[in-house]
Design a binder for this molecule. Structure first.
Ligand code: GLC
Length: 695
């Protein structure tokens, strides 16, 4: 595609120069074609469509619920054939290929909620870079990740795909994931689902979202801003209606905020049939009307509704839609393709290093294990038979988790295999199919390790649950094991925060983690070999289903919890808040101290927190730096995470957590715009408070 008739392909041009040269060549139908994404394109059956320039991108997906229905995989040869057909079209514009790569491609690592437990941006970036390399080698250009929805209602199935409840944690892990995915330059990331999707009423997917601009601006938009600032190439609109306006029709948030206020020059893509669903939402009369509403709102690419393909050109020809809107959207798509090098001479993607992928997955799986309760004795005795029981002992497919499209259950290092490597013939494994048999075996064991929790089918899209206890029958089984086991170690593997209060009553040791991916055996490293439980909770594990939605540090009421605004029949404060978890040793975290009592509005202060390992072995402590703005133009959270620091210390050693705290960390939005108020700011570390002043 380098002949003189295509100057936009000349070597050495910038992406902008290529697009400036190419855009004027496109006829209206070809401009619209760039805005059309058709699923699972086939070079033969879709050849005429591709050659005519009527389609600009495709996605490989099993359908509307790609995260829970496996397909046959990417089919690189088929994609290469599609690319060859596209090269033969009048202008030879390449087709973008999209795929959901949510937590690994072939090297499946823990679900995002479990990666969030690591509080480790560098790890998140490396995991994403590995996934991107593996996807690129399969012919993928566009990955529909990271999911940046800030969550607060664990009934929602998609909590599993999120980085948790803290805007700061979601923002920083999200930006790191964008940088990892886009590091090679071959993959475009996609910040999704813009915006507020995690507030779906009742946790029911697709349900209405009731939220005002103060909460949007201060809690739900920041992760998307962080992704855009990190250079994220695309953003996906959410299915939900925000305060009555469906996101695929939300001109203010898509155009005024994302594209104009933030200067986002990438591509906004619909989510699946999101444009067509504007008819169901009741804001469009039919697909033609939906196409008008969506293009005017700022949705650049129609994923699969067909509304743009069928109606957009006619809407322009009829004078209903301004051709400029279509040209701007097409320009964004062409710029994306140019930035990905798709208008440059093709180069083969390097073969990914799958051994590195497995090592990274194992590191992530260890970092995802949270020790939430421990009686102080080694989890397993040094002699005697050990029983490993529960549905997860060797079910590779279940251990992979939700949204696994290209992983293979056969690649999973199962807990049964890993425990056997560590315990040899001391190990007795049963999948707890017969609870009473498992109970009887517990009687004969020196300790029982029960791997319980949720099958991944309870996670992902349209997978809300109305009860947050363990799945049916598991608590009864744990109580039976409690009655018969010498020692009971419980590992809860789930795709969401669950109500673990009843489990805390029966477990001698309790671990929590998310579906771990191919390195599930890492659980054995922590349980049987006392490796460091590397995680802390990235969200609040609630005190019962009735206590949701909720999260740590919500804005105050006029009559603050726990004295008021609580339930008569249960604890007001959740047992397991954001950051909960511990290690095998103990730490003393001292009072924070600042380099100055004043933070200049354009400056920062250094905050130092002394930390001492008061136990008998090496360990890592996560020090959370939180804050409260006691007086502001709007009601602010009572306890908001601003930063965190891991400190590793040997037994008896002392050290410190160091934070550089800029005044900008305390900017917030109120009607009239972003602001930073002079005045008091309370720095919170542990149960200590350090008052500072912004001046
Ligand atoms: C789904 C999901 C979205 C995914 C897309 C493509 O409906 O909401 O997260 O990326 O469709 O599969």
């Amino acid at each position: 595609m380098t002949d003189a008739s295509r100057p936009w392909l000349a070597p050495g041009l910038t992406p902008e120069q290529r697009v400036d040269a190419l855009l004027p060549e496109l006829a209206l139908d070809e401009l619209v074609g760039q805005l059309v994404m058709a699923p699972n394109l086939d070079a033969v059956s879709d050849g005429p469509l591709i050659r005519s320039g009527a389609v600009g991108s495709t996605l490989v997906a099993s359908g509307a619920l790609a995260g829970t229905v496996r397909d046959a995989g990417v089919g690189s040869a088929g994609l290469a054939a599609v690319r060859r057909v596209a090269a033969g079209s009048r202008l030879g514009i390449p087709i973008l290929v999209g795929r959901d790569v949510i937590h690994g491609h072939r090297s499946v690592y823990p679900i995002p909620l479990a990666v969030a437990a690591s509080f480790d941006e560098k790890l998140a970036e490396e995991l994403a870079a590995q996934a991107a390399d593996e996807a690129a080698a399969d012919g993928i250009d566009w990955v529909f990740a990271p999911m940046l929805d800030v969550v607060g209602d664990p009934r929602w199935g998609r909590v599993a795909e999120s980085f948790g409840e803290s805007p700061a944690l979601v923002s920083r892990l999200g930006a790191a994931t964008v940088q990892g995915l886009q590091r090679s330059g071959r993959i475009a990331a996609c910040a999704k689902h813009f915006v507020g999707y995690g507030l779906s009423r009742g946790g029911r997917d697709y349900a209405a979202v009731d939220v005002g601009e103060v909460a949007l601006r201060n809690r739900y938009l920041p992760p998307f801003r962080a992704a855009v600032d990190a250079g994220c190439r695309t953003v996906m609109a959410a299915f939900s209606a925000v305060d009555g306006i469906p996101m695929h029709a939300h001109r203010y948030l898509l155009r005024s905020v994302l594209k104009e206020e933030w200067g986002f020059d990438g591509v906004v893509v619909a989510d699946w049939n999101g444009i067509g669903e504007l008819v169901e939402h009741g804001v469009a009369a039919d697909f033609r009307d939906a196409a008008r509403v969506a293009i005017e709102a700022g949705v650049d690419v129609d994923m699969v509704s067909g509304s743009y393909a069928q109606h957009l050109a006619a809407l322009v020809s009829d004078g209903v839609v301004d051709r400029g809107l279509v040209e701007d959207a097409a320009r964004r798509v062409l710029l994306l393709k140019a930035r990905l090098g798709l208008l440059d001479p093709p180069t083969a993607a390097p073969m990914p290093d799958l051994a590195r992928g497995r090592a990274l997955a194992a590191r992530a799986a260890r970092s995802a294990v949270v020790l939430v309760a421990w009686d102080g004795r080694p989890p397993l005795p040094s002699s005697g038979p050990i029983q490993l029981t529960g549905p997860f002992v060797d079910d590779g497919a279940a251990l992979l988790g939700t949204w696994v499209l290209d992983g293979d259950a056969a690649d999973v290092d199962t807990p049964a295999a890993a425990f056997e490597r560590l315990l040899g013939d001391r190990l007795v494994v049963d999948d707890a199919r017969f609870a009473d048999l498992a109970g009887a075996r517990a009687r004969a064991a020196a300790a029982t390790v029960a791997l319980v929790g949720e099958h991944p089918r309870r996670s992902g899209e349209d997978a809300a649950v109305s009860r947050l206890g363990l799945p049916a029958g598991q608590l009864e089984q744990l109580r039976l094991l409690r009655a018969t086991a010498e020692r009971l170690v419980v590992v809860v593997i789930a795709g969401r925060p669950l109500d673990l209060e009843p489990v805390l009553e029966v477990a001698d040791v309790l671990f929590v983690t998310g579906h771990p991916g191919i390195a599930a055996g890492a659980i054995a490293d922590v349980v049987a070999a006392s490796a460091e439980p590397g995680g802390r909770l990235p969200a609040t594990w609630p005190a019962g289903t009735g206590a949701v939605p909720g999260w740590t540090g919500e804005p105050p009421t006029g009559r603050p919890t726990p004295g008021r605004s609580r339930y008569l029949d249960r604890r007001a404060v959740p047992h397991l808040p954001l950051g909960a978890g511990r290690t095998w040793t103990t730490f003393e975290v001292g009072a924070p101290d600042a380099s100055s009592g004043v933070i200049p509005t354009d400056g920062s202060v250094r905050v130092r927190v002394p930390v001492r390992n008061t136990g008998a072995r090496l360990g890592r402590e996560l020090v959370l730096l939180r804050f409260r703005d006691p007086v502001a133009a709007v009601s602010r959270p009572t306890d908001e995470l601003a930063d965190w620091c891991w400190v590793e210390l040997g037994p008896g050693a002392s050290g410190e957590a160091l934070f550089e705290v800029p005044a900008s960390a305390f900017r917030y939005w109120a009607p009239g715009g972003e602001r930073l108020d002079p005045g008091e700011i309370l720095i919170l570390v542990g149960d200590r408070t350090l008052p500072l002043r912004i001046e």
